[in-house]
Design a protein around this ligand. Structure first.
Ligand code: EPU
Length: 339
């Protein structure tokens, strides 16, 4: 196939915040050959290449002076199946949640807690997506990436990806690696993870004795729909800040002042605080200033009510960050990638 280039294209449909900026050049890559063509085209024009997936973890504050390449490769397949352990592979451009549904239809467990996360398969390892007690590192086998410098393909196994909370080697070196496809180890007899938040209780309310991965997925979809705004209706990029990690001493000092502090010990002397709780407690939940605001059901989510610029969203984030620093002495780190 040959890459179809478009000049000065609006990126509004390609970022879930729904921010209006334009890309100097834009194209969609459906296979490895088109990815390589994109790299060569950008180099020929003397422009950087910006790779995007679902645009769900992106804050665009200005027009993009680059060739924006949207990963649009599709497909998922079973690579091996010993009756219990099943290794599956999906192309980078697959919509993450379509892929999760496909694994559940195959009778495979492992990704059910990650249901309804926006974005694509190729973007998932970038920030080691996680929800309801599972991160993709828990089921990850390997991925194939293109080395943008040498043009060679390289495989990365789990140990080589440097996965951490919303972090990976690929996020730290965005100019270097371009993820093409990802492999996961799933199970026909999965160990379900039900201990995060209301998952177990919601399953119990439904009454079934032995929940399946599909049951867990259904419950998590319902919980997410209650708390997180649908980007098709209200522009957003999920959690805007990471949950900050502080020392046990700092957490104790905060708990002395705020007895209802939400904190999760990490087992290494560090404690993760719920940023949503901090922002909520500081009174920002439901705050609105013109076209930008803080979601009324989840204080960690910034929203575009329509027509907001990336700069306005970034400015609101700065105000919240400063307020949290003053009130709690905690520094919040932004989760989406900023351009
Ligand atoms: N909380 C509040 N007020 C709020 C929001 C949260 O008090 O407005 C409290 C909750 O009551 C709860 C705690 O904070 O005790 C944690 O809230 P929640 O379970 O909603 O999760 P979160 O820490 O805010 C994280 C992820 C989400 C993921 C959920 C569920 C991060 C930055 N966010 O949110 O991921 O879906 O857990 O696992 O780690 C994302 O990264 O974009 C994302 C949506």
């Amino acid at each position: 196939m040959t890459l179809q280039l478009q000049e000065n294209l609006s990126l509004k449909p390609y970022n879930t915040f729904g921010v209006e900026v334009s890309a100097r050049w834009f194209a969609q890559a459906h296979d490895d050959a088109e990815v390589r063509e994109g790299l060569a085209t950008a180099a020929g024009k003397g422009l950087p290449l910006m790779v995007i997936g679902g645009g769900s973890n992106l804050l665009l504050t200005r027009d993009v002076e680059a060739l924006v390449l949207r990963m649009a490769s599709r497909g998922a397949r079973i690579l091996s199946d010993d009756g219990v352990r099943v290794v599956v592979e999906a192309e980078a451009g697959e919509v993450w949640d379509d892929f999760v549904r496909w694994t559940l239809e195959q009778g495979l467990g492992g990704l059910e807690n990650l249901s309804l996360i926006p974005g694509t398969v190729g973007a998932a390892p970038m920030q080691n997506i996680g929800a309801y007690g599972v991160e993709i590192k828990d089921v990850f086998v390997s991925l194939t990436a293109l080395d943008r410098q040498s043009g060679e393909l390289r495989e990365f196994d789990l140990g080589e990806c440097a996965f951490a909370y919303r972090e990976s080697r690929f996020k730290r070196e965005p100019e270097r690696w371009l993820i093409l496809r990802v492999r996961f180890s799933l199970s026909r007899a999965p160990q379900l993870r039900l201990d995060y938040g209301p998952v177990r209780q919601r399953l119990a309310e439904e009454g079934g004795d032995t929940p399946t991965p599909a049951d867990v997925s259904r419950v998590i979809r319902a919980i997410r729909r209650e708390k997180l705004p649908d980007p098709a209706i209200l522009g957003n990029a999920g959690s805007f800040f990471k949950n900050p990690v502080v020392t046990a001493g700092e957490a104790d000092a905060l708990r002395a002042r705020f007895s209802d502090l939400v904190a999760y010990p990490q087992g290494d002397g560090q404690v993760k605080l719920a940023a949503g709780w901090l922002i909520d407690r500081a009174g920002w939940k439901g705050f609105r200033d013109g076209a930008v605001g803080v979601h009324a059901q989840q204080a960690l989510v910034l929203v575009n009510y329509g027509g907001a610029t990336g700069a306005q969203l970034y400015a609101l984030a700065g105000r919240i960050r400063e307020d949290i620093r003053q009130r709690f002495g905690v520094d919040l780190e932004m989760e989406p990638n900023l351009y």
